[in-house]
Design a protein around this ligand. Structure first.
Ligand SMILES: O=P(O)(O)O[C@H]1O[C@H](CO)[C@@H](O)[C@H]1O
Ligand SMILES: O=c1cc[nH]c(=O)[nH]1
Length: 263
């Protein structure tokens, strides 16, 4: 939907403002941080939770747009970015690790998302899977290798309630949450966050490509911080810069691959 001056209604941008490749953090404050990895980054627009910078990587025009928290605002961002020419999306986020063995600071390279949210039901029935693009997944794994950061390939749980994940015991539906959480882990989900499902479903409908790299925190009891020193050590590892480095290296690998294929 355009305003009279041809700007998309929410992201306040027009054709030409973004590259075909767009990184998607949730946190608006992360856009500038990510843009610092671009060559010649330029601030493009800020409206509501949507903060965009555009620059280049390997001479290719690339952008970063924040989505805000959750699938409703993310769906709007992806719809409007597609309307102005974007065709490849990489979510760059934080998440909770869901499998034993995941250490704080590991990243997930996401192959699909559990649609544990309401937004995508406005697009497709629940039986339709929210899947990532294989080429983008493989490029992000290459990015993790280049950045020297341990990655886990797998499915993300995209949920609507942050506190339903981190403090389920205080929810009136605690038993339902616990049972479903157990099922997601049994099924092999690697991380829990709040936006991937919307990015994947809308990309599928528009035949665009998407995946995501999520920094993870450990779920293991022995890894939980208790003392101030342990908190400091955990915070140092739960550094979103690790996911950003993987995303940037992965995007470079994807650009190289697209060029080789003439894609
Ligand atoms: O780190 P970002 O990308 O903001 O994402 C994660 O952090 C937020 C919750 O704290 C949710 O948006 C979740 O998906
Ligand atoms: O555990 C976490 C951490 C970040 N974001 C989430 O949604 N969950």
């Amino acid at each position: 939907m355009e305003t009279p001056d041809q700007l998309q209604h929410h992201i306040h941008m027009k054709k030409g403002d973004v590259g075909r490749y767009v990184l998607l953090p949730g946190d608006p404050g992360r856009s500038e941080k990510i843009a610092q990895y671009f060559d010649n980054p330029q601030f493009v627009a800020q409206h509501r939770e949507y903060v965009t910078y555009t620059g280049t990587l390997l001479g290719e025009k690339v952008s970063v747009t924040s989505t805000g928290i959750g699938c409703p605002s993310t769906a709007i961002a992806v719809e409007e970015l597609i309307a102005i020419g974007a065709d490849t999306f990489i979510r760059v986020g934080t998440s909770g690790g869901m499998q034993p063995g995941i250490k704080t600071g590991d990243v997930a390279v996401v192959t699909g998302a559990i649609r544990d949210e309401g937004t995508t039901l406005h697009y497709l029935p629940p039986e339709f899977p929210a899947v990532a693009d294989v080429d983008v997944v493989l490029a992000l794994e290459e990015g993790a290798r280049r950045a020297g950061i341990r990655s886990w390939r797998g499915i993300s749980q995209s949920k609507d309630s942050f506190y339903g994940e981190v403090e389920p015991q205080r929810m009136p539906v605690d038993k339902r949450l616990a049972e479903r959480w157990k099922a997601w882990i049994a099924g092999g989900a690697v991380c829990s966050e709040m936006e991937a499902a919307a990015i994947f479903i809308i990309s599928s409908i528009h035949r665009k490509r998407a995946s995501g790299v999520m920094l993870m925190g450990s779920m293991a009891e022995e890894d939980q911080p208790h003392t101030p020193e342990e908190w400091k050590a955990m915070e140092a590892l739960f550094d979103v810069d690790r996911a950003i480095r993987v995303a940037i290296e992965g995007l470079k690998a994807l650009i190289e691959q697209d060029r080789q294929r003439g894609a």
